[in-house]
Design a protein around this ligand. Structure first.
Ligand SMILES: C[S@@+](CC[C@H](N)C(=O)[O-])C[C@H]1O[C@@H](n2cnc3c(N)ncnc32)[C@H](O)[C@@H]1O
Length: 460
């Protein structure tokens, strides 16, 4: 009897601990009934085990697929390791290496010197947050950068560099072929479907989303003060970008998109300060942990500092420059930015301290958008869903079937009439509650640059 009572109280205790450790709400696999129409609509694009699948097969596949998707994060981290090797300045005094100058850099010994410096940095990381993370990453790959052979660490770095070079070449070819077929701004198809999942993020998607919200407002599709509940799927973490002109490691890793979205919604009058809640969905423990820690600091009244560098040598269009100048004004106050190292002589910098209450309005949840949807934290009917969900540079990592699942999951979490905004074309499947209602094309014209960014509005 005593043992039974002890076990019961231990269970209660464990339950209590788990509740404390978990975010406030959680995702659960999409129910079979909701997924069946997608399975029936795509018999050819389905994994073999899902043809004629019932509920049990669906759930078994979802569990396995969830693991497979999350396993892609480590590969994305190894890609980041390569970006760090080429562009990082926090572990070396060597010049940065552009991918297209790799051969020259190798001949000149710069690559070798960077590899050696990174190997020593990984051996003695000090308090360099990035080196400490990469040290752990290498251990998960069977390399011990501290006690192991430095030559083995160096080889590991170079092998990953070779892999990334080869992958980029193949991707460029795939992108060219896709462009020949589609050539519409939203059509990147599933370009990255077999790539590691990267956490890269920059100001550009935040700018495109603000332009899209402005467009939706001017068309009367979003009204003043209408937005109270929003979600960002996959906000990412700026560790060091894959594009040289936005690849920085002189400030702590940061997330931008949730704060930029909050800022845009206030600037455009679509939401009111204090009555906006923002959910952050991601599968990366690094993203979730980063936001959790920011919330813990905010609970002690410490704001979140965003570093906003701008490479003046990069040709930004005037609208983007104006956006960069005002970014964060609605959610915080300007503070002195961290001074960039001398190597970045063309950087103009700003920094903003985001108010603690804005940080606390951002709630991170571990949720795999391909397979899961949020279970409502409220039992009553007051939780009718999100007004708006943002998902940029995420669906491109999945094939059409998985994109259709993600669209259905996002749709299930939206209010009727709500929007999912994404810079990817998602498949319109029969029986889906979501339709592409329009596209905002954001011209990106500046001397020497002409790129179009496009954001689709998927409406429930
Ligand atoms: C390339 S980053 C994009 C960051 C940001 N949205 C942007 O556009 O700059 C992709 C983000 O999506 C997250 N992600 C990838 N697959 C996901 C999934 N199935 N469910 C939730 N988050 C996912 C990654 O962890 C990462 O944070």
């Amino acid at each position: 009897m005593m043992i039974k009572a002890q076990v019961a109280s231990l269970r209660l205790f464990l339950l209590f601990c788990t509740t404390l450790a978990l975010p406030a709400a959680d995702g659960s696999f999409a129910p079979y009934a909701a997924i069946r129409p997608i399975l029936q609509a795509q018999p050819n694009g389905l994994p073999a085990v899902l043809r004629n699948a019932g509920e049990a097969q669906w759930l078994a596949w979802a569990r396995q697929e969830d693991k497979a998707i999350r396993a892609r994060l480590a590969q994305g981290d190894l890609d980041t390791l390569v970006n760090f090797l080429l562009y990082g300045v926090s572990f070396t005094k060597q010049p940065r290496i552009l991918m297209e100058h790799l051969t020259e850099a190798s001949k000149a010994g710069v690559l070798r010197a960077r590899v050696d410096d990174l190997v020593s940095g990984l051996r003695n990381p000090g308090d360099n947050e990035r080196l400490l993370f990469l040290q752990q990453l290498l251990r998960t790959q069977g390399i011990d950068p501290v006690a192991g052979d430095p030559a083995q660490t160096g080889r590991f770095l170079l092998n990953n560099l070779l892999r990334v070079v080869e992958e980029r070449r193949a991707l460029a070819e795939r992108a060219n072929n896709a462009q020949r077929v589609h050539n519409a701004p939203l059509d990147r198809s599933s370009l990255f479907q077999d790539r590691g999942l990267s956490l890269d993020t920059s100001i550009i998607p935040a700018f495109s989303i603000e332009q899209t919200l402005r467009d939706l407002k001017s068309r009367g599709l979003l009204r003043e003060g209408q937005v109270t509940r929003v979600a960002v799927i996959g906000p990412g973490l700026d560790f060091i970008d894959k594009n040289e002109d936005s690849a920085f490691d002189y400030y702590p890793p940061q997330t931008l998109q949730p704060f930029a979205l909050y800022d845009s919604l206030l600037r455009l009058g679509l939401a009111k300060a204090g009555s906006l809640s923002l959910s952050i969905f991601d599968i990366s423990p690094r993203v979730i942990g980063h936001v959790q820690r920011a919330r813990e600091r905010a609970a002690k009244n410490i704001g979140y500092v965003l570093q906003l560098p701008r490479d003046i040598a990069a040709s930004w269009p005037p609208d983007l420059v104006a956006y960069w100048r005002s970014l964060g004004e609605q959610i915080g106050a300007a503070v002195a930015p961290i001074a960039p190292p001398a190597i970045f002589h063309d950087l103009e910098t700003r920094a903003v301290r985001v108010r603690p209450e804005v940080v606390l309005a951002c709630q991170p949840l571990d949720l795999n958008i391909v397979l899961e949807r949020r279970t409502s934290p409220r039992a009553d009917s007051s939780d009718s869903g999100f007004d708006l969900i943002i998902g940029t540079n995420i669906f491109v990592y999945y094939d059409a079937f998985r994109q259709a699942l993600a669209l259905a999951n996002a749709g299930a979490m939206l209010k009727p009439g709500g929007f999912l905004l994404s810079n990817d074309r998602l498949p319109d499947s029969d029986g889906s509650s979501m339709r592409l209602a329009g596209v905002t094309v954001v011209p990106f014209e500046a001397p020497g640059v002409s790129v179009r960014q496009a954001v689709g509005w998927y409406r429930k």
